[in-house]
Design a protein around this ligand. Sequence first.
Ligand SMILES: *Cc1c(COP(=O)(O)O)cnc(C)c1O
Length: 360
Amino acid sequence: MSRLELIDENIRNIPEYVPGKSIEETAKKYGLDPASIIKLGSNENPLGPSPKAVQAILEYASKVHLYPSADAGELVDALSIYLNIPTSSICAAGPGMDGLLDNLMRLLIKEGDEVIIPIPTFSYYEIAARANGASVVYVERKGDFTVDIGAIQKAVSSRTKVVFLCSPNNPSGDVVPESDVRILLESFRGLVFVDEAYVEFADHSITDLVMEYDNLVVGRTFSKIFGLAGLRLGYGIMPYWLKKEYMKIATPFNVSLPAVKAGVAAISDKLHIEKSIAMVKEGRKYLQEQIPFKVYDSMANFVLVDVSPLNASEVCEKLLEKGIIVRDCRSFKGAGPSLIRVTVGTKEQNMRVVNAFRSV
Ligand SMILES: *Cc1c(COP(=O)(O)O)cnc(C)c1O
């Protein structure tokens, strides 16, 4: 008997999460100086974290022998003001929004439950749901990658527990219209999870609907606009009945003390937030106009490029040779072979990307 049989077959069949490439592995593989490589494959903030967040981490480094508060209350208070949502509807979450997703699936999913995922989209929904015993029903997005709300409604069954929507969607950058979210919230008994990881770049949020509906959960993160991906901090906005149950099963102390302090500091740094948003809005317009392939409209800090008739892997390879890391989207279910996701960088980085695309 192989010990592998100790693991349930459903788990063994889950595809591995494919992360964006790192600077270290790219430098090694292509014989490049790490300092010359630009990393535009993981939608991080090229301006880095807020200096205030860095200061907070340094300041609390000497306090990490103490457990943090169990509910990250200080951060929840700051988020409540930032969002204008009562603290009774906010949960801080580590590690990252991924931790929130995992806790929610553990809370909600029973063997035999179904979840609906419109593809292509962020792949961790599938992993978190299947790891907890759910069957996934995939629904194709339309040709322009917007959500097909009619197709989702048709896919709903008596076993549907959760529908995942990502707005702006990773990797296509489009937002889900509020009217579509309302239609779904009103049309079935389960929960709608709306992932707003990129919402600050979009001028369009449905978070306020949590105050109106008792079956909506919004996921957010400090990894993107706030430049704290390495700290692993996220949060959820959900109705109080759900927060109460969620807090029972969330791993205790899942937000570290430096993460609580850095999160509070990052929210307070309005200048860094505004600078990050302005850079992204200018940069994505430039990339869309200058990259000599089809580029989809994006409301996020990345653009999706269709390089057909070339394929994504050969183009990514050419960019990697020049020290530019972008995201080959072939690992996204339903994305096809010709899509590349490019994070909006600084002006200089964007110019390098455009030149590299021009030369392929
Ligand atoms: C990056 C990302 C997340 C993950 O956020 P973490 O807080 O770093 O776990 C969630 N959803 C989408 C769509 C993302 O792109």
